[in-house]
Design a protein around this ligand. Sequence first.
Ligand code: NAD
Ligand code: MG
Length: 387
Amino acid sequence: MPGRTLNVAILGSTGSIGRSTLDVIEQMPGGLLRAYGLAAGSRCRAVVEQALIHRPRYVALADGAAAERVAEALRGTGVEVLCGPEGIERLAADPEVDRVVSAIVGVAGLRGTWAALQAGKTVALANKETLVVAGSLVTGLAARTGARLLPVDSEHSAIFQAMRAGGSREIKRVVLTSSGGPFRGRSRRDLQRVTPDDALRHPTWSMGPKITIDSATLMNKALEVIEAHWLFGLPAERIEVVIHPESIVHSLVEFVDGSIVAQLSPPDMRLPIQYALTYPERWSSPARRLDWTMPFQLHFEPPDRTTFPALDLGYEVIRRGGTAGAALNAANEAAVARFLEGSLPFLDIVRACQSVLEDHPYDPRPSLETLWDVDAWARQEVRRWNS
Ligand code: NAD
Ligand code: MG
């Protein structure tokens, strides 16, 4: 264990990953981890409650009006309130911060992650969209500044852990597991009329709404294939996906001799979050444990690519590179938002993504500005998309 307190900045502290991170910090023996800064979008009450419990140095709100209300509520507590995306960037790059948990949802998480990497921080990355949109630029930046990206996504944490069993040249391929989501075993016909409520009922994980819908379309797995490509430097053909409904085997690494090393634990994000905070050490954890006194079974099956065509888009984005990830991600964010508000049928989420990916103004070597332009263009296309 380190000799001093590790200062953690949590970008997205009021979300599912943010709250689990605070739970990990709270359950650690005193003085090991400190919530040094909290950042969120606009949920004032939740962030004020967190600040009163954890007494961070900073709280940052993306929304200006929310920042003012939070500053009012925290007056006299010594917590400094920062405002806007610039405030979040300032927190992420603060010299006192040891680890940044990147857990804002969507491409909105890119700026804070970028600021942290620019400052050479170790980033515990939950926000996979950052790598989907700007994987080449983000990993290039980290290489230049000496910053580190540690995976929080359970599959990537599992691969990261299993990879410690061999050298990088001994790895044949990685196999990402997927629960299959709430619609595993259904046909496309069955999916024509599913509602947001149906899609939000995930069988094994409790997560924010956007990633829960991504899990229902299997777009989440497509995004994770891209994430694995950038995190581990693997080509598309060395990244496999298998359906594993129990969500206990979080992913596997196959070595050249045919040996397969996997990481197992009950579905509980506190474990991969904590590993990214304490790496390279392992500390005792509040996460749930497997109970070997009870019988249980583990199942594996290949994904149904006809019912869930989203998966193939992940592979296509890796092959095309350039602006393809930004187009896919923005189309998906906009389509999921429309599905949740009831203006787009479930199957049209992926149809809209396919069409935007195909038609977008492709650039093989985009700058960050170009990626933002493609993001805006793709969102606009989806907003006026009709099947
Ligand atoms: P969530 O919706 O529960 O929380 C999102 C957080 O982001 C909130 O704190 C919100 O205030 C903040 N936010 C949203 N827009 C913002 C903006 N414009 N500026 C600043 N803050 C903003 O989401 P989640 O489920 O915790 O997921 C967060 C990220 O982690 C996503 O990228 C997701 O893919 C990834 N992830 C989540 C899980 C999980 O179990 N929830 C697992 C793996 C990866
Ligand atoms: Mg995952």
